[in-house]
Design a protein around this ligand. Structure first.
Ligand code: PEP
Length: 254
């Protein structure tokens, strides 16, 4: 059975004291308010905050620590860059890959993402791999073709064993940071399609075990409806992960 899963993407926000205050609040609220089976929670701070946040999360693995990016090469003369092994060595278990902001602002394409995926897995990091269409693509009725291509080019070159370590996040670009959420029916339709594609590329058991998150203006008000969909296994949360009460309410929304 795949696990329920909520990851917070803090993006380029917060100073160390702010990050530590937010982390402490989240850890205490989750401890006090969650009963029964716990969803996997992951917090993804910017690089300089990783160690300070890890100290507060501890080594229980839930909440786990994730990073937002790394360089595709293992090590070397890449001034200003950060390697996957360095992230693993400071306590990261997960890393976000293929986020639309990185595809758009940093020109990360399928070939680069394929290289990054291999580097992440070799370093022991579990990728949270994002796919999602623009508004233009949706309005042209090309969403399924587009996402099918992103999956085929970006992910399905992995062996079944490596693919099992990947979490997929469906993040329609038109819903990220816009306050415009996909309806639960729109999310379910694409999540079901992604699961079918995984089944076709690998097998049904692999598809049934794949965690597929929704991301795009998810919040404490709409999470319950989104997470009630059969193929929505949780969320990748941007803006609402910066407020402890909102983030914890999202985690409690299953
Ligand atoms: C994101 O950037 O991954 C995201 C989902 O952002 P937001 O929740 O702010 O739309």
């Amino acid at each position: 059975m795949r696990q329920k899963f909520v990851a917070g993407n803090w993006k380029m926000n917060l100073t160390l004291p702010e990050a530590q205050a937010l982390t402490s609040e989240i850890v205490h609220m989750l401890h006090d308010e969650l009963s029964g089976p716990k969803p996997q929670v992951v917090i993804c701070p910017p690089f300089p905050l990783l160690m300070g946040v890890h100290r507060l999360l501890g080594d229980s693995g839930n909440p786990a620590l994730g990073a937002q990016n790394f360089h595709q090469k293992e090590s070397g003369a890449y001034t200003g860059e950060v390697s996957a092994r360095q992230l693993h060595s400071v306590g990261c278990e997960y890393v976000i890959l293929g986020h639309s902001e990185r595809r758009q602002h940093f020109r990360e394409d399928d070939a680069l993402l394929a290289e990054k995926l291999r580097t992440a897995l070799a370093a022991g990091l579990k990728p949270i791999f994002c796919v999602g269409e623009s508004l233009e693509t949706r309005e042209a009725d090309e969403t399924f073709d587009f996402i099918g291509q992103q999956l085929a080019n970006g992910l399905f070159h992995l062996s079944k064993e490596d693919f099992a370590k990947v979490v997929i996040a469906y993040e329609p670009i038109w819903a990220i940071g816009t306050g415009r959420t996909a309806t639960s029916a729109q999310a379910q339709e694409v999540h079901a399609f992604i699961r079918q594609q995984v089944a076709a590329a690998y097998d049904q058991a692999t598809a049934d075990d794949t965690t597929i998150l929704y991301g795009g203006s998810a919040n404490a008000q709409n999470a319950r409806e989104l997470f009630s969909q059969p193929d929505v296994d949780g969320g990748l949360i941007g803006g609402a992960s910066l407020k402890s009460r909102d983030f914890v309410e999202i985690v409690k929304s299953f």
